[in-house]
Structure formats: structure tokens, C-alpha cells
Design a protein around this ligand. Structure first.
Ligand code: SAH
Ligand code: F3S
Length: 482
């Protein structure tokens, strides 16, 4: 069909969704589709949605609503909704959101091109939201077809078997299914071969990983998994990989053997994002988190001790049903006790199909807002103090590319990268040099509110690739002494 092959894809939500969008782009491109930057130029518009927080369906309705004039002018335009809202509402969404043609769940991404073709051929609106429970498959990334990032995301599992009472994910992503370790290793190797220096392993409870091909868990303790073995396997099998991160672990599986892996696997980041949600045992119980504050502290401290400069960030929900001032004070004191350097804080919002709907959402909005502000004030103090301590230090930085704050003017360009602990570092280099996907040592000169400024030493700058050569370079480059 001439001309009918351009798609516009918009992503909401977490890294898992960003990853799913990359796969959608790949399956579409493999079927002759081309990405465009505006729905105006597209024959297919896909919204990859998130329903973890806020009023997801309303947001979606307004996004689709904005396309109404376009759909009226070009009725053949296919509008598709993917991701968690699609999985959650399925068929019902077709009835409730006008102009919608296709609803497609996360496990049905491989079918996207075929379903879109059916729509273009005049089929009635359709919803496909089946979990692949029997024959689970994981779409492999095709690194060569897409971008060549310095850092790539690799999925290790789907779904979640926890039942945190506030969380919709087990409903929208189904039960846990693990990707075979050999497939994970292959994909990591594929990314490294195309130039990635860092890999971020993704999973809802990434540290619950199991695979029969790996050595058995360290003990019969149900909290032990084979995730530490997976980390070791990747490090061993893909020697070209420079950095390995993962998100998000569940504190239950943050065992002794995971801490040991951090102490022994040299490429593991010196940072871990370990969602705690609350510092009050009463709240943790109501949230069905399956650990106490005291257990969390032991696990967090053990990980923090695994490497000398390890840092930790977390997720926190304020205003969960029944949360008193005292419960909230316990959260603040936990933030201080563990010494998190960053956190994501959220006001509790009731989600459909979750166990917490049985509890009354009784914390007034103003109280939630005030608690969130106090939480942010606390973490800002800790985060800023941490960044200030780094001034004067030499840090190995993996540069992603030109910084968003670069004004593309003058003789110098501003590049952005990350330390082994994930702090953002900006440096200025003469504009003839390109720092994209370069690992280099920078001396930290200043701490901003949420990032650092640094200088490369002049000897390093002289070794950097020049801008004109940079476009043809895809293999990683390490300068200085990483
Ligand atoms: N295990 C997942 C968690 C997904 S949800 C992961 O890989 O990150 C991400 C965060 O959103 C949770 O840690 C929690 O802090 C927050 N969240 C989830 N449900 C919420 C709700 N109903 N209200 C407010 N925040 C919520
Ligand atoms: Fe959600 Fe808890 Fe799983 S936060 S994703 S149910 S670990």
C-alpha cells in the first residue's frame, strides 16, 4: 500500500514501557514502517500507556481526543493503545474511548504489524490482550536496526508475583515469567558488539530471577534467587561490558549473596535502587511488602557495605490509607537512617483491581502534599550533601551525548554522562570533539542541585574523537585510565 507506512509512537511511564516501545518500533520497522515525529504525518499512532499512578485513562482519553480532527479528516488513520492501560481495560477501552481502533497488551507486541494491517484493510476495532502464559517469549532487541546507545536495556523477566496492596502491575503485567539466561547473555553481547558500554537489566522484581541452567540458589531460604548467578554469568560471558545495572529489585531478595555479588563483580554499578515504600512497620504490613523496617535496614546496610562508595535510592509512597503523622515520621527517619542519596516520592492513589481498594483513602490531599514536600526537603539535603562531597574527586564518566542544556553555540559543547553511581556529570569540551559513548575520567569541579560539573584533563581531550569522524564510529571508546 503506497504511502501507508509511517508511525508515530508516544511512550508514558517506566523504563519497561520505554523498552517495549523500542520493541514495537523494531517490529514495525521490520514490516516496512518508518517512524515520524508527529501524528500529522502518520498513518498509525500508538500510545504506550502507564497505569501505575494518576488518572491514566483520563490522560489517554485527552491524548486520543486531541487526534479527533485528524481522524475526522483521515478516517483511515489507525489509533492504537498499548501498555498497561490497554492490558487493564482491554475491550472496554474500545467502547469508552472514541476513535480508538486497536488495543494491544504488552505480550502481544509481535502481532502489532498484522493487527494494524487488518485495520488498514477495514477490519472492525479490535482488542488483543492475552498474556503468553503457556509459551512465553521475549522479543529480542535488534540493536543494529535502531539506535546505538551507550547504555542499553535488556529484559530479564515479565510480570510480578508479589501482591503489594497498592500496585496494579501484577494485574497489568501478569505472573512472573523469566527469560532464559542464555537469551539474556546473547542480547547483552549483541548490544556490546554494537557499541553499548553499559546494560540496564529490567524486571518488576528483577532480583527474584530463576533459571534452571544456573547454579541453584545459595540456600533454601525462599528469599534467595538465582539473580546473583545471572549477574556473575553476564560479567563472565560478556567481557566487553563495562557497566551493569539493574532495576528494580525487591528488598526481599536483597540477600547476603546479592551483596556478595556486588563486592565481587567488578562491573556492577556502585548504586542500587531499592524501593522501600514506607518506614513504618504498620504501613509496610498494610502494603503487603513482606519485610519490616528493621529487615530492610539490615539488607540495605549489607549492600551499602559491599563497595566502599555504594549509594542507594528508593521509592516512597506518602499518604497510604491509615498513615498517621507518626507513621510518616518513621518514613522520614528511615530515609535518614539509611542515608539514601535520591528518591522517587509519590502520593498514594487508589488503583483499580488492587487489594488496597478495600482500605479507605483517608489521608487528605493537603496532608499528602505536605508530607511529600517534607520528604523532598529531607532527600534534597542528603542528596546535595552527597554531591558536594564529590567535588575534587576524579570520576570515571560514561558520556551519553550532548547535554540537553547545551546551547549549540560558541566554541565549546556541553556533554552529559554518568558516574558508576549514576550521578549526572556535565563537561565542556571544544566543539570539534565528540564525547558520545566515550568513557573518560573527569575531575568534579562543582555540585549543582541534581548534577555535577567536571573537567576532563587536557591530555584526555587531545585523545577524543573529532566530530567529523564521530558519525562513522560505533565501537566504544575509552580514554584516560578507566
Ligand atoms: N517493581 C516495580 C514497581 C513498579 S511501580 C519496578 O520495577 O519499579 C513504581 C513505583 O510506583 C512503586 O515503587 C511505588 O512507589 C509507586 N506506586 C505504585 N503504585 C502506586 C500507587 N497506587 N500510588 C502511588 N504510588 C504508587
Ligand atoms: Fe508492584 Fe510490588 Fe510487584 S510494587 S510491581 S506488586 S513488587
Amino acid at each position: 500500500m503506497p504511502g501507508v507506512s509511517r508511525y508515530y509512537l508516544e511512550t508514558f511511564g517506566c523504563q519497561m514501557n520505554v523498552h517495549d516501545s523500542d520493541r514495537m518500533g523494531e517490529v514495525l520497522r521490520a514490516h516496512g514502517w518508518t517512524a515520524v515525529n508527529s501524528p500529522d504525518d502518520a498513518e498509525l499512532v500508538v500510545f504506550n500507556t502507564c497505569s501505575v499512578r494518576e488518572k491514566a485513562e483520563q490522560k489517554l482519553r485527552s491524548e486520543v481526543g486531541k487526534l479527533a480532527p485528524l481522524k475526522a479528516a483521515r478516517p483511515e488513520l489507525v489509533i492504537a493503545v498499548a501498555g498497561c492501560v490497554a492490558q487493564q481495560e482491554g475491550e472496554k477501552l474500545l467502547k469508552r474511548v472514541s476513535h480508538l481502533d486497536l488495543v494491544i497488551g504488552p505480550d502481544n507486541i509481535p502481532e502489532l504489524p498484522k493487527l494494524v494491517q487488518e485495520q488498514l484493510a477495514g477490519a472492525p476495532p479490535r482488542a488483543r490482550t492475552e498474556f503468553d502464559l503457556v509459551e512465553t517469549s521475549f522479543l529480542s532487541a535488534s540493536p543494529d536496526a535502531g539506535r546505538k546507545p551507550s547504555s542499553a536495556m535488556v529484559t530479564t523477566m515479565k510480570g510480578c508475583d508479589e501482591r503489594c496492596s497498592f500496585c496494579i502491575v501484577p494485574y497489568t503485567r501478569g505472573p512472573e515469567r523469566y527469560r532464559p539466561a542464555a537469551e539474556i547473555v546473547n542480547e547483552v553481547a549483541k548490544w556490546v558488539a554494537t557499541g553499548a558500554q553499559e546494560v540496564l537489566l529490567l524486571g518488576q522484581t528483577v532480583d527474584s530471577y530463576r533459571d534452571a541452567s544456573l547454579p541453584p540458589p545459595a540456600s533454601d531460604d525462599p528469599d534467595e534467587s538465582q539473580f546473583p548467578s545471572l549477574l556473575r554469568l553476564i560479567a563472565r560471558e560478556v567481557p566487553g561490558l563495562k557497566r551493569l545495572r539493574y532495576t528494580s529489585p525487591h528488598p526481599r531478595h536483597a540477600t547476603e549473596s546479592l551483596a556478595r555479588a556486588h563486592a565481587e563483580v567488578g562491573i556492577l554499578a556502585h548504586h542500587i535502587h531499592l524501593p522501600v515504600q514506607s518506614g513504618s512497620n504498620r504501613m509496610l504490613k498494610r502494603m503487603i511488602r513482606r519485610y519490616t523496617r528493621e529487615e530492610f535496614v539490615v539488607r540495605a546496610r549489607r549492600l551499602l557495605a559491599a563497595q566502599p562508595d555504594m549509594t542507594m535510592s528508593t521509592d516512597i509512597i506518602v499518604g497510604f490509607p491509615g498513615e498517621t503523622d507518626e507513621d510518616f515520621e518513621a518514613t522520614l527517619s528511615l530515609v535518614q537512617e539509611v542515608g539514601f542519596t535520591a528518591l522517587f516520592g509519590f502520593k498514594y492513589s487508589p488503583r483499580p483491581y488492587t487489594p488496597a481498594l478495600r482500605l479507605v483513602d483517608d489521608v487528605p490531599e493537603a496532608v499528602k502534599a505536605e508530607r511529600l514536600a517534607r520528604l523532598f526537603a529531607t532527600i534534597d539535603l542528603q542528596g546535595n550533601a552527597h554531591l558536594a562531597r564529590l567535588v575534587g574527586r576524579q570520576e570515571e564518566v560514561l558520556f551519553e551525548g550532548v547535554s540537553k542544556t547545551d546551547n549549540n553555540m560558541g566554541l565549546k559543547r556541553r556533554f552529559q554522562g554518568r558516574t558508576i553511581r549514576n550521578e549526572i556529570v556535565h563537561v565542556l569540551v571544544p566543539s570539534e570533539f565528540d564525547l558520545t559513548n566515550v568513557m573518560a575520567t573527569a575531575t568534579i569541579t562543582r555540585a549543582n542541585k541534581h548534577s555535577l560539573e567536571g573537567d576532563l584533563d587536557p591530555g584526555t581531550v587531545a585523545l577524543l574523537p573529532r566530530t567529523s569522524r564521530a558519525s562513522s564510529r560505533s565501537l566504544p571508546l575509552i580514554v584516560g585510565n578507566p
